[in-house]
Design a protein around this ligand. Structure first.
Ligand code: SF4
Ligand code: FES
Length: 234
């Protein structure tokens, strides 16, 4: 039988089972903790830090998506320090990347009063749209490196290992081995990476072409031409 434990969240005593994260316990008790890199389908990796909470006795804020609840813990999910940290993270993201299609993050910015112009001199991550396969396009100027796509492509779901981190420091981005095009990788075009991307960095090709002004008929003609080329004997 799983052992029970009691802790205090935002002044409220809550009882839970051993092994649960602070995020799980908070959500079970109706507390809203924002998340970005965390996704139910992927292993929590604590990369974005938007879920931080204040735990009494801990010097630094703790990422609720990986820290386990412990007996007698005193946790604050909305203290001034927490709100300031989340606001700053959002402002740093907004200063360095394109969040125009990240609806959930835009909502967080509104909620936390985050300004997109707090760091006006920040260098922005720029990238051309990579359009190299029939299923989806990649626009890494919208990528915040949450790693969800890499995880579902790897051992959290598909086991194809077609994409991974590439580069270092500010130059880090999601990429393929030796910068190969998607058709040259092990990618099976399952679309799971597109499904978990929170920012629109990965987008279905059809949606992209419609946004570019192509009509559904033009897209059909493009697709049938591509299909014919594929079927043509060599
Ligand atoms: S492409 Fe999307 S899912 Fe992948 S790391 Fe970037 S933001 Fe996350
Ligand atoms: S959601 Fe917890 S660190 Fe990103």
């Amino acid at each position: 039988m799983t052992e029970k434990l009691t802790l205090i969240i935002d002044g409220q005593e809550v009882t839970t089972e051993q092994g649960k994260t602070l995020l799980e316990v908070a959500r079970e008790n109706g507390k809203d903790i924002p998340t970005i890199c965390f996704h139910e389908a992927t292993t929590a990796n604590a990369l974005c830090r938007i879920c931080v909470v204040e735990v009494e006795g801990q010097r630094v804020l703790q990422p609720a998506c990986i820290v386990k609840a412990a007996a007698n813990m005193k946790v604050q999910t909305r203290s001034e320090k927490v709100v300031r940290a989340r606001r700053t993270i959002l402002e740093m993201l907004a200063s360095t990347m394109d969040l125009s299609e990240a609806a959930e993050i835009q909502q967080m910015m509104y909620e936390y009063g985050a300004s997109s112009s707090r760091f006006p001199g920040a260098e922005r991550r720029e990238s051309d749209v990579k359009d190299d396969n029939p299923m989806y396009v990649r626009d890494y100027s919208k990528c915040l490196l949450c790693w969800r796509c890499v995880q579902v492509c790897a051992d959290d779901a598909q086991y194809t290992f077609a994409i991974n981190f590439d580069g270092r420091g500010f130059e880090t981005q999601i990429g393929t081995f030796f910068d190969k095009t998607i058709p040259e990788t092990t990618c099976v075009l399952c679309g799971q990476c597109v499904g978990v991307c929170p920012t629109g960095a990965l987008k279905p090709k059809r949606e992209y072409l419609l946004e570019q002004g192509m009509s559904p008929q033009e897209i059909s003609v493009l697709n049938s031409g591509r299909k014919r080329r594929k079927e043509k004997p060599t």
